[in-house]
Design a protein. Structure first.
Length: 123
């Protein structure tokens, strides 16, 4: 059994949050290639620089950074490695498919934070 002895946990999703899957043309500074764990081929994605910066800031504030993805822990790991975020992430896991709780998630986790890739954030 793993016991995480912190209360300031920041779950961070991968797809649509740290990276964006897009067919649009993106500059070299806005993109990375991530190895698909199923095929071994690179997938080119857009970096959401605002959310990457926020993840780093949350780490520096003492938050426990938990990264997850519905694409699985291997995909999440590969994205974190491609983004050079390994020093800022405490844990990586597959995104939960369901949760067992007597209270709806909206009853205990009210704050959702998201900054879109085209929004200005501390530049």
């Amino acid at each position: 059994m793993i016991v995480t002895k912190v209360e300031n946990i920041r779950p961070v999703d991968v797809d649509g949050t740290l990276i964006i899957h897009t067919r649009d043309t993106i500059t070299a500074s806005e993109r990375i290639d991530v190895v698909d764990p199923l095929t071994g081929k690179n997938i080119r994605v857009r970096i959401n620089k605002a959310m990457v910066r926020l993840l780093k800031e949350e780490h520096h504030r003492g938050s426990y950074i938990l990264v997850w993805s519905r694409g699985g822990y291997e995909w999440a790991r590969n994205v974190i490695q491609a983004l050079d975020l390994v020093p800022y992430v405490h844990q990586i896991m597959s995104k939960p498919l369901v949760y067992l709780d007597d209270t709806d998630v909206s009853g205990w986790m009210k704050d959702r934070v998201f900054i879109g890739p085209d929004e200005k954030y501390k530049e």
